[in-house]
Design a protein around this ligand. Structure first.
Ligand code: GRF
Length: 227
């Protein structure tokens, strides 16, 4: 009987091609760059694109020998035109995976659909809780006892795409938005390289808005690594 993995296209030994989109510090980008180098992941980051010229992540890219591209969203009169410029910058690399790593722009439906199944994002909350911005402060205000980060496929539903993995932290009485941000980022730097590795090994797949890891459907909250 054919298994799910039998139906997957055979991946040759060439590295998966990644394009990363960032707007800021790029610490998640750095975690992925380091994992590729240190753990020998079969991946190549072909380009890092930022909408912000001063994004430190662009310097991280250059330092790692990765083309660093700035596309100024302010030069475009609407989101559609900016996203089209992004597509024109990304597609020549023929990426297998587009990694949003702190990219602070809402992407239009045509962009998202163009990359369906190969566009992933990291969000600093346990989705579907706290979509949008200021998640750490909102966790404190709501008195949640746990918090975390989610990596999900991007769909036109903002922060609403199917979750691949979530990492949890407990919220302590003395936590602030700043301490939560630090704790969550520590987890992010573990799970984003992990998900990239799964893509490298052809273990992860989106099919009809459902996520499969090794052919097994991941339900609501994705895969939860041991704390
Ligand atoms: C991360 O906390 C991520 O969850 C959110 O933006 C932040 C980016 O941080 N989407 P960095 O630029 O990777 O340091």
């Amino acid at each position: 009987m054919a298994s799910f993995s039998d139906a997957l296209p055979m991946k040759d030994a060439s590295p998966i091609k990644i394009v990363a989109l960032i707007s800021g510090n790029g610490s998640n980008l750095q975690a992925i760059i380091d994992a590729i180098a240190e753990r020998g992941l079969n991946a190549k980051i072909c380009a890092v694109i930022s909408n912000i010229e001063q994004a430190y992540g662009l310097q991280r890219a250059s330092k790692a020998g990765i083309p660093a591209v700035w596309i100024d969203h302010k030069k475009y009169s609407n989101r559609e035109q900016f996203d089209q410029a992004l597509i024109e910058a990304i597609d020549p690399y023929q990426p297998d995976l587009i990694v949003l790593a702190g990219f602070m722009r809402i992407l239009t439906e045509p962009f998202v659909c163009h990359y369906q199944g190969r566009l992933i994002n990291i969000h600093p909350s346990l989705l579907p809780r706290f979509r949008g911005l200021n998640t750490h402060q909102r966790v404190i205000e709501e008195g949640d006892s746990e918090h975390g980060a989610s990596i999900h496929f991007v769909t036109p539903d903002l922060d609403g795409g199917p979750v691949i993995v979530q990492a949890r932290i407990s919220v302590e009485a003395n936590d602030s938005a700043e301490t939560l941000a630090q704790k969550v980022q520590q987890q992010e730097h573990k799970i984003y390289p992990q998900v990239v590795e799964w893509f490298c090994d052809n273990r992860i797949r989106l099919n009809q808005n459902k996520v499969y890891l090794d052919g097994n459907e991941l339900h609501d909250r994705g895969y939860s690594p041991p704390i």
